[in-house]
Design a protein around this ligand. Structure first.
Ligand SMILES: O=C(O)CCC(=O)C(=O)O
Length: 260
């Protein structure tokens, strides 16, 4: 039974939110991905991965600012939210590519703090056969950074961490219908297997932080950081204001935060 109660998030490290997008919104999201995959100029950095589409495309950006999506993030991280990264992980039918056990935070040296979370939005239905993400509940406890080791062949990520057989046995599968989402702590151990089915499995991962405790060193961060809800705190001058009342135009993508 997956955890659906935000009150248990601190303990188990993840929360599942079923059917957050309406069917028409999910269909539009799928079209957006199909378009990105058919357009070689659209930041398709490597097969099976679309990096940071929200940093150059308003449609992807609006998904990251979607009110129901931000309500789910707020239920987990509180009201003051910045958007720091996003990417799409795609597993084509019979795609052998795996995502080895890892912690997200180790990939983000410019992001500081522990109130940092990944939202995984199902673009397609995901289940054990087509490589739904797996997580080890409560493995974020203590927020300890584990040693990264090379992950080997057929891997989407260059590094992994060593997981014990006991930990692996306690993993659960985040199977979900398209338009549903999960949110996990940036220190939780998670992975995904090869796709053994005839069906594609794509998930849009969006990374948020609470400005109450976490912050981004924007000199070291490759893309602008957007304030999407609430207050930016003492580092407000480093972030671009994109709260709901702001209507973004393409100019936003070249905007730098104003000097303090
Ligand atoms: O979608 C996947 O298979 C893996 C996603 C992931 O590891 C992540 O979002 O950090």
């Amino acid at each position: 039974m997956l955890n659906t109660d935000p009150a248990h998030y601190d303990k188990v490290g993840y929360c599942f939110f079923p059917e957050i997008l309406e069917q028409a919104e999910t269909t539009a999201l799928r079209h957006l991905l199909d378009e990105a995959l058919s357009d070689s100029t659209d930041n398709l950095d490597r097969p099976g991965y679309v990096g940071e589409p929200h940093s150059h495309n308003l449609h992807w950006l609006e998904i990251c600012r979607h009110p129901r999506i931000l309500d789910a993030v707020e239920a987990i991280l509180g009201p003051n939210l910045i958007l720091v990264y996003s990417s799409v992980f795609i597993k084509r039918p019979h795609d052998p590519t795996q995502v080895a056990w890892h912690q997200d935070n180790t990939y983000w040296p410019s992001v500081h703090g522990t109130d940092v979370a990944t939202l995984w939005l199902a673009v397609d239905d995901a289940d054990a056969e087509n490589a739904a993400m797996q997580i080890i509940p409560a493995s974020q406890s203590g927020h300890t950074e584990m040693e990264m080791i090379p992950s080997g062949d057929h891997q989407a990520l260059h590094s992994k961490v060593a997981v014990t057989p006991e930990q692996e046995a306690s993993a659960i599968s985040l199977a979900m219908r398209a338009g549903s989402l999960s949110i996990h702590d940036s220190y939780i151990l998670h992975s995904s297997a090869a796709n053994q089915s005839e069906r594609r499995r794509a998930g849009y991962t969006i990374r948020y932080c609470s400005t109450d405790t976490a912050w981004v060193d924007t000199d070291e961060h490759p893309i602008p950081v957007f304030l999407v809800r609430g207050e930016a705190g003492s580092r407000g001058a480093d972030y671009v204001d994109l709260r709901s009342e702001v209507k973004p135009t393409p100019a936003i993508f070249s905007k730098r935060p104003s000097a303090p």
